[in-house]
Design a protein around this ligand. Structure first.
Ligand code: SF4
Length: 279
């Protein structure tokens, strides 16, 4: 007899790999669920097919999403998910290629790849699960660690200015740039849902909880308490301006869609080039 479905989203999961390796109270599971719900809606509407979707992950807790979802999926070296995803998209332009990784993998080690994919307006959906620390590799300071936060490598509190992913993506011409949070899963699902129908570069930052490493360093080891504290820092805006995307741990984080435009993506340009060459 087949296994009874415990959840309608099981059809999108490699259930044989469950339970996940994520720590209890980690926000990555909430982000994954919101993403799968958005994908499910798009599939049921006939906008996407399951076999069109490809997941790519690098290294880190967040990159493990690619391992648990039941789509064509691949994982690669630390920071190298975007070039691999770019290659897949160019060879198979009909695929919806989704990269999932953390702030360390995508904005830190893979930062150079990130900025060139954005400036090309490469047709990728890149989801950065931002828990503001290198979680899996020992809790080092990451490019998105807010000022004043304690990490393994900033025992006196970080004094560096964090990398604002929203401003970076906006300044380099991404078509769709949004920030959600695991503390607001319905808004997050809506952000994913909209992003799935956009072309060009789509950057979605997801503010997430890491009680095991981030929380432990700042004295918020209790997952529920960390979640509540993070939720209190979120400010939802309908049409936030780019300047409102600046964040720090004290002032909080504005959530919403910061950029939504319809510039030609890289694949559009490639198609035009191929058409001209065939004349
Ligand atoms: S270390 Fe942090 S980010 Fe990684 S699984 Fe545990 S709670 Fe989640």
């Amino acid at each position: 007899m087949g296994r009874a479905l415990a959840n309608p989203l099981d059809i999108y999961l490699r259930v044989e790999k469950l339970p996940t390796l994520w720590c209890p109270g980690c926000g990555i599971g909430i982000a994954t669920q919101a993403l799968l719900k958005a994908i499910d809606r798009r599939i049921r509407e006939g906008f996407l097919r399951k076999d069109q979707i490809v997941f790519v992950g690098g290294i880190g807790c967040s990159s493990r999403v690619a391992m648990y979802v039941k789509f064509d999926s691949i994982r690669t070296a630390h920071g190298r998910a975007i070039p691999l995803a770019t290659a897949i998209k160019i060879v198979k332009p009909d695929r919806r290629v989704i990269v999932v990784g953390g702030d360390g993998d995508i904005a830190g080690i893979g930062g150079n790849h990130l900025l060139h994919a954005i400036r090309r307006n490469m047709d990728l959906m890149v989801i950065v699960i931002n828990n503001m620390i290198y979680a899996m590799t020992g809790g080092q300071h990451s490019p998105t660690t807010p000022p004043g936060i304690y990490t393994t490598t900033t025992p006196e509190g970080s004094f560096e200015r964090p990398l604002n992913l929203i401003k970076l993506a906006w300044s380099l011409g991404a078509n769709y740039v949004a920030r959600g949070s695991v503390t607001h899963p319905q808004l997050l699902e809506q952000i994913f849902y909209k992003g799935l129908e956009r072309r060009g570069f789509i950057l979605i930052e997801v503010i997430s909880t890491c009680p095991e490493v981030f929380g432990r360093h700042i004295g918020l080891r209790d997952a529920v308490e960390l979640y509540r504290r993070l939720r209190d820092k979120m400010i939802v805006k309908k049409n936030p301006s780019i300047d409102e995307s600046e964040y720090d741990w004290e002032k909080g984080f504005v959530l919403g869609v910061f950029v939504d435009r319809e510039e030609k993506g890289y694949i559009d340009h490639l198609r035009l080039l191929r058409r001209d060459c065939m004349r």
